[in-house]
Design a protein around this ligand. Structure first.
Ligand code: ADP
Length: 558
């Protein structure tokens, strides 16, 4: 009997427990439904307020315009305000649609291969002018990048980045400073409590010294329609949905966000999103290993980044900080026949402008030599001057390895193609005449043999004095170029060049005089320059070098 009673009691107890837990679940569902309802009502009331404000402006301005239809400037002013308000309205509608798509789970993330370099470039096109408009200092730094080609959702990543960097610009006063850094880390999340894996995490760090936010507001920053409410922010346009969208997108993408801020001091946003690396495609640019590139840039960190990338591509690098040093280095390299495969000119040099160095080098190294500018400048603004100075290609900063490799390999391919075309094709310089000044009969013979392959007309003189006489007697512009030996009896090459330059005739100044000398030390180069010679050709003469000079100085018929 007692046993039955005990059984019943425990049965009751179980039922009571079940009812209690069902009750708790129901209360929880009710609380959640009420919360959702409250959130929806507050969302709707905020939204109707946010829609009403620009709608009021549009309707009000339309009435004003209609009642002043003949006053052009008034109508113009109204239309401008209508345009601003309708753009705002459009943004709001887009944001709300985005929010609802994310919340209802209708938003799908795409999985496609994209280039981080292209994306960063596109984002900069949007945000840089906004910062420039507010006279803000805008720094973008690219840190360690393991994979430029990623798999993920580029459109939504772009939306997140534009929102965060755009806010930094928006909520920072004129003349403020914004630092953006983009990098990657592999494996573990930088945020505590996350597991380690082998994905590539993309890190965006965005710091500003703008108006900042209170600690109280920071707790609500990801809530829809939340905006700091003060006189400064009320003048800044926004929907208060951007951060909510960013947070929801990051949650869907498995990413993380951390915000630190102090009122009046500025804010620091750090986001981190995992991606898979895109498989390496065929045809990724490869560089000719073992070749040297000369880097001219005064800032060590920039030069180091370029050098590291090139070393990854199997190239050697030489770094110089002064423009003049770069020109001298190249002059010597040309003499010693160890020219680098390209010159990379950076943002700035200690002593000369980058464009001046380019012009010097172009003059020295001929038209095929690749001179690449790697800088943080608006290329459209300097393109005309830069190409005139002889810069062949531009690689924008922040620097991505792929862009640097693409520019280098394209230029080097082109130079090589031109070279083989030239070697294969017969170039014709028969419309030009040159004077070959050389005392040694044997050397003269060799030079004639090599030069006559190009069809150029050759006259000779066996010392400096004969050369001056031949030039003096010739009609103006009779010779196009003079190859001048230096050490000769009767009159040496320096004196002859000096005498020719002093002759009272128009072409005395313009005639191209190329020194041919066995000594190619800096001192010789200086002396020949002082004597008015245009350039040097070292002896024993090399066929390629002679042709290179003709190519540089005369334009051939092919
Ligand atoms: P909004 O459309 O108003 O810019 P967001 O959702 O993007 O909306 O941001 C919400 C609010 O967070 C902003 O209104 C602003 O008050 C604050 N906020 C966001 N980013 C910054 C920042 N970098 N500096 C200061 N305040 C910020």
């Amino acid at each position: 009997m007692q046993e039955m009673k005990n059984n019943d009691e425990s049965q009751y107890q179980i039922m009571i427990d079940q009812l209690r837990s069902a009750n708790a679940e129901l209360s929880e569902s009710l609380r959640a439904a009420e919360e959702e309802n409250r959130a929806k009502s507050s969302f709707l009331s905020s939204m109707s307020h946010d829609i009403r404000t620009p709608m009021n402006a549009i309707m009000g301005m339309t009435s004003i315009a209609l009642s002043h239809i003949d006053e052009k400037s008034r109508v113009f002013d109204c239309l401008q305000k209508i345009q601003t308000a309708s753009t705002h309205l459009m943004n709001l509608v887009n944001d709300v649609l985005d929010m609802s798509r994310i919340a209802s789970g209708r938003m799908t993330l795409s999985e496609e291969a994209f280039s981080l370099a292209d994306m960063v470039h596109d984002i900069m096109i949007i945000v840089r002018p906004q910062a420039a408009h507010k006279h803000q200092e805008f720094h973008l730094e690219i840190g360690q990048i393991y994979e430029e080609n990623l798999i993920g959702d580029p459109l939504h990543l772009r939306q997140i980045m534009v929102n965060i960097i755009g806010n930094a610009v928006k909520y920072t006063q004129e003349d403020g400073t914004i630092h953006v850094s983009i990098s990657q880390h592999i494996g573990q999340s930088e945020f505590p409590g996350q597991e380690t894996d082998n994905r590539i995490w993309l890190d965006l760090l965005c710091e500003d010294n703008g108006i900042g936010m209170s600690q109280e507001f920071l707790k609500r920053i990801f809530e829809p329609f939340e905006r700091v409410n003060n006189t400064t922010t009320s003048k800044i346009e926004g929907t208060g949905l951007g951060m909510a969208i960013v947070k929801s997108l990051l949650d869907r993408m498995g990413g993380e966000i951390k915000v630190e801020s102090e009122e009046g001091k500025g804010s620091r946003f750090h986001i981190s999103i995992p991606f898979a690396a895109a498989p390496h495609t065929e045809g990724t640019q490869t560089l000719p290993t073992g070749q040297t590139v000369l880097i001219a840039e005064s800032m060590d960190s920039r030069a180091q980044q370029i050098a590291d990338y090139l070393k990854d591509g199997g190239m050697e690098t030489v770094h110089l900080k002064n423009g003049m040093d770069a020109v001298t280095w190249l002059t010597e390299a040309q003499y010693e026949n160890r020219m680098p495969c390209a010159l990379l000119l950076g943002q700035e040099l200690n002593d000369m402008s980058v464009l001046d160095v380019a012009a010097h080098v172009r003059d020295l190294a001929g038209r095929e030599f690749p001179i690449i500018m790697v800088a943080e400048v608006d290329w459209a603004q300097i393109e005309y001057r830069a190409t005139r100075a002889g810069i062949t290609a531009f690689v924008p900063c922040p620097l991505f390895k792929s862009r640097l490799f693409a520019a280098l390999s394209e230029l080097m391919d082109k130079a090589q193609r031109n070279n083989s075309e030239r070697l294969g094709k017969h170039v014709d310089y028969s419309q030009y005449r040159l004077l070959l000044v050389e005392d040694n009969e044997f050397n003269r013979e060799i030079a004639i043999e090599l030069l006559s392959q190009t069809g150029v007309q050759i006259e000779t003189a066996e010392n400096g004095l004969r050369a001056v006489e031949a030039f003096e007697k010739s009609p103006e512009n009779y010779y196009d170029l003079i190859f001048m030996d230096i050490q000769m009896p009767v009159m040496n090459g320096y004196d002859a060049a000096r005498k020719i330059r002093q002759l009272p005739r128009k072409d005395a100044e313009s005639i191209i005089i190329v020194a041919m000398t066995a000594n190619a030390f800096v001192e010789d180069i200086r002396l020949s320059k002082e004597a008015g010679m245009n350039e040097h050709c070292s002896k024993p003469v090399d066929a390629e070098h002679l042709y290179e000079i003709l190519r540089k100085r005369l334009s051939a018929e092919e």
